[in-house]
Design a binder for this molecule. Sequence first.
Ligand SMILES: Cc1cc2nc3c(=O)[nH]c(=O)nc-3n(C[C@H](O)[C@H](O)[C@H](O)COP(=O)(O)OP(=O)(O)OC[C@H]3O[C@@H](n4cnc5c(N)ncnc54)[C@H](O)[C@@H]3O)c2cc1C
Length: 347
Amino acid sequence: MTAQGRPGEILSLRVRQVIRETDDAVSLELDLAAERSTSIDYRPGQFLTLRIPSELTGSVSRCYSLSSAPHEGGPLKVTVKRTPDGYGSNWLCDNAVAGTVVDALPPAGVFTPASLDDDLLLFAAGSGITPVLSILKSVLAAGAGHCTLIYANRDERSVIFAAALADLSARHPDRLRVVHWLETLQGLPTSAQLAALARPWADREAFVCGPGPFMDAVCAALTGLGADRKRVHVEKFVSLNGNPFEIDTSEVTDSADSAAVEVDLDGETRVLPWPRGQVLLDVLLANGLAAPYSCREGACSACTCRVVSGRVRMRHNEVLDDADLTEGYVLACQAVPVTDTVRVTYS
Ligand SMILES: Cc1cc2nc3c(=O)[nH]c(=O)nc-3n(C[C@H](O)[C@H](O)[C@H](O)COP(=O)(O)OP(=O)(O)OC[C@H]3O[C@@H](n4cnc5c(N)ncnc54)[C@H](O)[C@@H]3O)c2cc1C
């Protein structure tokens, strides 16, 4: 089997099956439309960017995390929850049927554990369970780590993957603990309540995904418990404004006013001129490098790389926090050079 899904490639995916998870959420099982014998590499916690047809704009692009896990070896699976009055999520929930073909960018994102042998503290609310389930299944099946999941939902009927989680808990009683929180019974979880639940596991690597106020409450709880912010990973579910399927790098032209960038990507090192007015991602793509990306607007983290030496400035950043910045992480789609030479790595 060969793997497909190199950065920059556009995948054509066919819906194999639609699974109704709750009243307002469906999972779509997706195969490569052309060659069923190939597989797509991804890491637990990563997402696809789907091109959704629109009679108004031609298409809109939306990111959906993979709820499947790599070790399962089956089709890719994304899980979409309706956003009230949202266009893309409702289009997918109403129109996707077995046989529907959608374009997608390859799996991307950095919301993924460094090791499946680490013990993890997982927080999810609503559709935020999607990448968290992929991580949790991967740790239990392919690693040695223990997981505690704190999972908040409106009510019992809206709990996505309730049966799958019950089954995993029964099969791994000593490695998985699931704590459900239901707003209809307990109200919205406060940071004090979340801290009380999380206290025994606060030294673990943490992964957090859900609505903004939930993630804020979790981060406040973990900070209050003294957790190292570097070990708290968050995934923000935002909608893209631009269309990352349409890339025009023709504007990247040689310029006398260029810095130089040395880049490590896919085991190769290249040195390139970096015109000062251009963002790093465009320079890499224009030079034929398969650099990863999705939103191209500083909102999703798919293009994250690390500055090893030199300095860059980001035009916009909605995803990297102070801890990430201190470690040198930058978004290639927003980075312009400050110093004359810069070294970056994707490893
Ligand atoms: C990394 C990442 C992972 C994510 N994973 C998931 C996941 O696993 N599950 C999940 O449910 N969500 C996920 N999301 C969120 C998801 O990408 C969307 O933001 C969410 O589904 C809401 O999108 P929406 O189009 O329904 O709503 P909105 O973005 O609110 O859509 C409304 C907007 O669409 C535009 N619009 C309205 N009608 C049309 C039309 N006919 N044509 C064109 N445009 C129109 C309008 O401008 C309006 O502002 C993820 C997001 C990110 C960044």
